[in-house]
Write a protein that binds this ligand. Structure first.
Ligand code: GAP
Length: 541
C-alpha cells in the first residue's frame, strides 16, 4: 500500500465510522478545522483522560518516582482562551510568532515562503523556477508537467528541457530571481508577491470596542495561562517547588498551510505541563520529562520503531528555550525516513516568569502600546509583579526554571489512529479472501471498551445480554448489538477498535458463563457472568 493510499484509506475510514468529519462539510468545509464524530470524541477524550490520569493524578507526591530527581507535586488549571493582550507581548508571540508568506496575485492563494519548493528549468535561453505544492513523491512529475505546459511542449519533447538537479525552497532564491518564478497554481511567471510577515494568532475584539483598544487574541498555546497564574497557584495551594501545573485546552493558530488531516489544524487542543523547579535541578528534570513522555506514547501502543526523540539544533530553538527535544512519530503521510512532531519538551529556563514580572504595564496606556527605552527595549513590558519564589526551608528566593512537556491532543489522536489502522485478510465461507480493517487501539483509549452480543435473538439470550450490558454501562462505554451473524458483528467491532466482545450463547443458559473474544488475538475464553465487569475493568483501565 502506498503512503497516500494508506492516508486516503484512513481518512475515509475515520469519516465512514464517525471518528472525524471535516468541519462545516455541508458548506464545502473550512480548511484546517475538524470535527470529532461519535467515536472520535470518545477516543480523544480517552487520550486526554489517560494523559491527565498518568501525568497529573497517578504519581505519588510522597514517594520519589524511579529516575526522578526528587519527589514533586502536580496541580491543574483551566484558564481562559482570551487573555490580556500584554500576555502575548511578554511571551514573545506578538512580535515573534509569525511565518513569512507569499500571495499569488492571480489565484489569490497564499503559500508559506519556506515551504514553496521548486526547480530551475530551462529551454534554450529562457530559465524559469517552477514551484510545486505536490506531495514529495509527485513533486518531480508535477514540475515536469507544468514546465512542459509553460513552454508549450508535449510530453515527448521533454528532452528539450533541462532541469536543475537541486530542489530549492523559494526563500533560498535571490530577490532578483523572483520575477522568474512560476507559482504552484498559475501558468504565468512573476505572479508571486514578495514575502510578508503573517502573525499566526487569531485576532478578535473584546466588548463593544471595535477599534484597536478592544483588540485581543485567541491563545496560540495554553502555557501562558499557567505562567500568569504562577503566584496565584503558589499562594492558594502552598505548594512547594518542584511542582508541575497541568492544563488541557483549545489553542488556535492561523496556520498558512494546514495539511495532513488533523496534523496541522487551525483549532486544536494541547495538553501542557509547566514544571517549576530550582535552576540547579532543571537539567535533571529536563531529562526526566523527556524520558517519561516518550514512554507514555509507547505504553499506549505507539510502536518504538516509529517513534524517536530528537534534540533541536541550536538554530532551531525557540526564543525562550535553552534546550528542546521533540518526540516524533513516523506518520504515514510523510516520506519513508521522515518524522513529524508529536510533542515538544522544552527547557524554558526562567524566560516566562521573568518576562511577565519585568517592567510595569501602565494601566492608562492602550494594551500593546509599549514605550521603548533609550536602547529600544520595551519599558513597560511585564506586569511588574514579583513572580519570584521563596523556599521557606532555605529562605532562598529565586525565579524557578521551567520544563515544559507540551503535547497536542489532536496529533496524539492522529498518531494512535495511524498506528491502529490494520488491514487483514479474512477467509470467507465460500473460500474467497477479502480484506477488512481492524483498529488495534490500546484498550485504555478505545472508544468502546466492549460489545455485548447475544448469539441469537431468542431463548432468553437478549435478556441476559441486556443485563450484562447494563452492568458494564455503569462503568464504561459499551455497545450492544443483536443484528446479523455473530462473525459480522465481531468484524463491526474490530473496525471501530472495540477490544473485547462478550457473547451470550446456549452454554450461558446452562452454566451462567459467557465468551470473551479478544480483538487482536481473536482468542476466546469463558468466564462466569458475575466476573464480567471485573474482567473488563482489569483489561481496560
Ligand atoms: N507551549 C509550547 C508550544 O505550544 P509547540 O511545539 O508550538 O509548543 C506543542 O506546540 C504541541 O502542540 C505540538 O507538539 C503539537 O502536538 C501541537 N500543535 C502545535 N501546533 C499545532 C497545529 N497547528 N495543529 C495541531 N497540533 C498542533
Amino acid at each position: 500500500m502506498t503512503v497516500e493510499n494508506l492516508m486516503d484509506k484512513l481518512v475515509s475510514h475515520c469519516k465512514a465510522n464517525g471518528f472525524m468529519f471535516q468541519s462545516s462539510e455541508i458548506y464545502g468545509g473550512l480548511n484546517g478545522f475538524w470535527d470529532y464524530g461519535p467515536l472520535g470524541v470518545e477516543l480523544k477524550r480517552n487520550i486526554k483522560e489517560a494523559w491527565w490520569k498518568d501525568m497529573y493524578q497517578s504519581h505519588n507526591e510522597l514517594a520519589c518516582p524511579p529516575s526522578a530527581p526528587s519527589t514533586y507535586d502536580m496541580v491543574g488549571l483551566d484558564c481562559t482562551i482570551i487573555m490580556h493582550p500584554q500576555v502575548w507581548k511578554c511571551s514573545g508571540h506578538y512580535d515573534l510568532f509569525h511565518d513569512f508568506m507569499v500571495d499569488c496575485r492571480k489565484t489569490k492563494k497564499r503559500y508559506r515562503f519556506d515551504q514553496l519548493r521548486g526547480r530551475w528549468v530551462s529551454q534554450g535561453p529562457q530559465r524559469i523556477f517552477v514551484t510545486t505544492m505536490a506531495e514529495p513523491e509527485q513533486e518531480q512529475e508535477d514540475i515536469a508537467r507544468r514546465a512542459l505546459k509553460f513552454f508549450n511542449l508535449r510530453s515527448k519533447d521533454i528532452e528539450r528541457l533541462s532541469f536543475d538537479e537541486r530542489v530549492l525552497t523559494f526563500d533560498k532564491l535571490d530577490e532578483s530571481d523572483r520575477a522568474k518564478v512560476l507559482g504552484p497554481d498559475t501558468d504565468e511567471i512573476g505572479t508571486l508577491t514578495d514575502p510578508r510577515e503573517f502573525n499566526l494568532m487569531f485576532k478578535t475584539y473584546v466588548g463593544a470596542l471595535s477599534g484597536e483598544e478592544g483588540a485581543a487574541f485567541l491563545r496560540p498555546e495554553t502555557a501562558q495561562g499557567i505562567f500568569v497564574n504562577f503566584k496565584n497557584v503558589v499562594d492558594s495551594t502552598r505548594i512547594r517547588v518542584p511542582f508541575g501545573v497541568a492544563q488541557v485546552g483549545k489553542s488556535f493558530r492561523n496556520e498558512i498551510t494546514p495539511r495532513n488531516f488533523t496534523f496541522r489544524s487551525r483549532e486544536f487542543e494541547q495538553m501542557e505541563i509547566e514544571f517549576f523547579c530550582h535552576p540547579s535541578q532543571s537539567a535533571n528534570w529536563y531529562q526526566y520529562w523527556r524520558n517519561r513522555r516518550l514512554q507514555w506514547y509507547k505504553d499506549l501502543g505507539l510502536d518504538s520503531d516509529r517513534l524517536r526523540l530528537r534534540e533541536h539544533e541550536q538554530d532551531e530553538l525557540s526564543h525562550y528555550s535553552c534546550g528542546t527535544a521533540d518526540i516524533e512519530y513516523a506518520f504515514p503521510f510523510l516520506p519513508p525516513g521522515e518524522y513529524g512532531e508529536l510533542e515538544g519538551i522544552a527547557h524554558r529556563g526562567d524566560f516566562d516568569l521573568r518576562s511577565h514580572s519585568e517592567g510595569k504595564l501602565d494601566p492608562k496606556k492602550r494594551p500593546l502600546e509599549v514605550e521603548l527605552d533609550e536602547h529600544g527595549s520595551p519599558k513597560h513590558r511585564g506586569s511588574g509583579k514579583d513572580l519570584t519564589y521563596r523556599d521557606d526551608l532555605t529562605n532562598e528566593r529565586f525565579i524557578p526554571h521551567v520544563i515544559e512537556p507540551s503535547a497536542g491532543a489532536d496529533r496524539a489522536t492522529l498518531a494512535f489512529l495511524c498506528q491502529a489502522y490494520t488491514e487483514i485478510q479474512s477467509s470467507e465461507s465460500n473460500g474467497k479472501f477479502e480484506s477488512r480493517v481492524v483498529m488495534r487501539l490500546h484498550p485504555r483509549i478505545a472508544p468502546y471498551k466492549a460489545a455485548v452480543l447475544p448469539l441469537v435473538k431468542k431463548d432468553g439470550m437478549p435478556e441476559i445480554a441486556a443485563e450484562i450490558y447494563g452492568a458494564l454501562k455503569k462503568k464504561f462505554n459499551v455497545f450492544y448489538d443483536e443484528k446479523s451473524a455473530i462473525g459480522k458483528r465481531y468484524w463491526r467491532q474490530d473496525k471501530i477498535g472495540t477490544p473485547y466482545c462478550i457473547t451470550v450463547d446456549s452454554q450461558t443458559l446452562v452454566d451462567q458463563t459467557v465468551t470473551i473474544r479478544d480483538r487482536d488475538s481473536m482468542e476466546q475464553w469463558r468466564i462466569p457472568i458475575d466476573q464480567v465487569v471485573a474482567e473488563i475493568e482489569k483489561r481496560v483501565c
